[in-house]
Ligand binder design. Sequence first.
Ligand SMILES: [Zn+2]
Length: 89
Amino acid sequence: MRCRVCGSLQTQTTTDLPFKLGEHTIVILKGLPTLQCERCAEYSLADATFARVEQMLARVDRGTELEIIALPHDTTAKRGHGHHWCIRT
Ligand SMILES: [Zn+2]
């Protein structure tokens, strides 16, 4: 995937991102898998990650001022988990 700003390659990494849900509600997601540009500060979320983010944000009580949610390390970041290569000669 390429950066929509400068066209450089993006690398998969994890970061902590704040999401503002309303006037007074801020949710910080820690360990979020993102695609980070190698040249500029632009980042993007994979569709699967974005769907998970929306699910998690939907569960947050809008009366909360600050919520910090830590994501497990193994989910979307590890691609090919459980996949076995079969080498035939
Ligand atoms: Zn860029």
